[in-house]
Write a protein that binds this ligand. Structure first.
Ligand SMILES: [Zn+2]
Ligand SMILES: [Zn+2]
Length: 137
């Protein structure tokens, strides 16, 4: 069963529609997320690429090395989506950009090796030192 939601940037220039019925939601504590978002961690959700559709795509793109691009609104700066060259079958979007981000509980925390000391682990949630593929502790 699909569960359609919409989201977009702070100013409304960029909008999308996404089926979050089987989304995986992650907290990422990596330094790149901390710097790019200017926040202690990022929260993003992963769905199959076909479940995510731009209604009006954002104009901003920044290359992240040669392995991905980060998409953001060029007018207001909201970070919206990560497009990895090795994960084109997936859509990874900024959970906080949903109009209603309350429906997605966190499933896993990653890159906890760079978690700030005053940010506590969520109880009962798998903790990965680095990426999703690494052993949980
Ligand atoms: Zn915007
Ligand atoms: Zn990250």
């Amino acid at each position: 069963m699909t569960l359609m939601h919409e989201g977009g940037c702070r100013c409304g220039a960029a909008r999308y529609r996404v089926d979050i019925s089987n989304a995986t939601t992650l907290i990422c504590h990596c330094r790149d997320c901390q710097q790019h978002l200017g926040a202690p961690f990022s929260v993003f959700s992963v769905v199959a690429a076909a479940q995510f559709t731009w209604l009006s795509p954002p104009a901003g793109r920044i290359a992240f090395g040669n392995k991905a691009e980060r998409l953001f609104c060029a007018q207001c700066g909201t970070y919206l989506k990560w497009e990895g060259v090795d994960s084109t079958d997936e859509a990874e979007f900024n959970t906080m950009s949903l109009d209603d981000p309350n429906g997605l509980p966190v499933d896993v925390e990653i890159f906890v090796r760079s978690r700030l000391p005053w940010v506590k682990p969520l109880p009962g949630i798998p903790q990965h030192a680095a990426g999703r593929g690494d052993q949980a502790s």
